[in-house]
Design a protein around this ligand. Structure first.
Ligand code: SF4
Length: 218
């Protein structure tokens, strides 16, 4: 309910004529509203990013295949079913502005988020995407973190999609940044955020790890 109230607080419905052909992407005042929404929804850090401040690299999805992730070819939003980095680069080159989001978790939680924590990430993305969409930025598009397969208890995605039944959470599930080839570490570093490589062998001195997502606005 709180999320719905927040969404209503930030949702407008402007004519798209106000946004079409804007040369510089979305104006700062709109981007600041999305930052405020992100903060109210519990995101730890949020930053306005402009074209040139997000990076793609085909080696990112190589890391999904080598060593092979259990989600590889098992999820509609993961490689090799998600767009390749070269396809993503071609598609997103029209975007000029976006919002980069970071959630911080204790090291012990970050690598295996609960379904509730994942739902919070996906619904935050959906809320920001919706706020931008109804502002007239009808190409607003969010990319999440990790595989949405964890929403489905790691079961049945391939069967659902191949049988034509489709995704269980079509309005929430999004491919992760890494699944479509974003170099998340480089993109976060360009925003001035310090990230450590996240893995089971992180030393104890690293107390928090981050999850990163992005909403490309216009
Ligand atoms: S949310 Fe579930 S059904 Fe939808 S794409 Fe992800 S794993 Fe598949």
């Amino acid at each position: 309910m709180a999320e719905r109230r927040l969404r209503e607080k930030y949702l407008r419905c402007r004519p798209v004529s106000a946004t079409i052909n804007r040369k510089g992407g979305a104006p700062k005042k709109d981007l600041l509203r999305y930052l405020a929404l992100a903060k109210e929804l519990g995101v730890n850090d949020a930053a306005i990013v402009k074209r040139g401040a997000w990076y793609l690299d085909p080696r990112v999805t190589l890391k999904c295949a080598v060593p092979r992730c259990r989600n590889y070819n098992a999820c509609a939003n993961c490689p090799p079913r998600s767009p390749r980095a070269s396809e993503t680069a071609e598609i997103i080159k029209e975007y000029k502005t976006g919002i980069l989001l970071r959630w911080k978790y204790p090291r012990s939680e970050a690598l295996s988020l609960t379904v509730k924590q994942r739902l919070s990430i996906y619904s935050t993305l959906a809320s920001i995407e919706a706020a931008a969409f109804y502002d007239g930025y009808y190409f607003a598009c969010g990319f999440a973190t990790g595989s949405c397969r964890s929403l489905c208890n790691n079961e049945g995605c391939r069967e659902l999609v191949e049988s034509g039944k489709g995704c269980r959470y079509p309005l929430l599930a999004r491919p992760s940044m890494e699944a479509v080839g974003f170099d998340v570490y480089r993109t976060a570093a360009a925003a001035g955020w310090i990230l450590h490589p996240a893995g089971g062998h992180c030393p104890d001195v690293i107390e928090t790890l981050s999850r990163i997502a992005i909403v490309l606005v216009a």
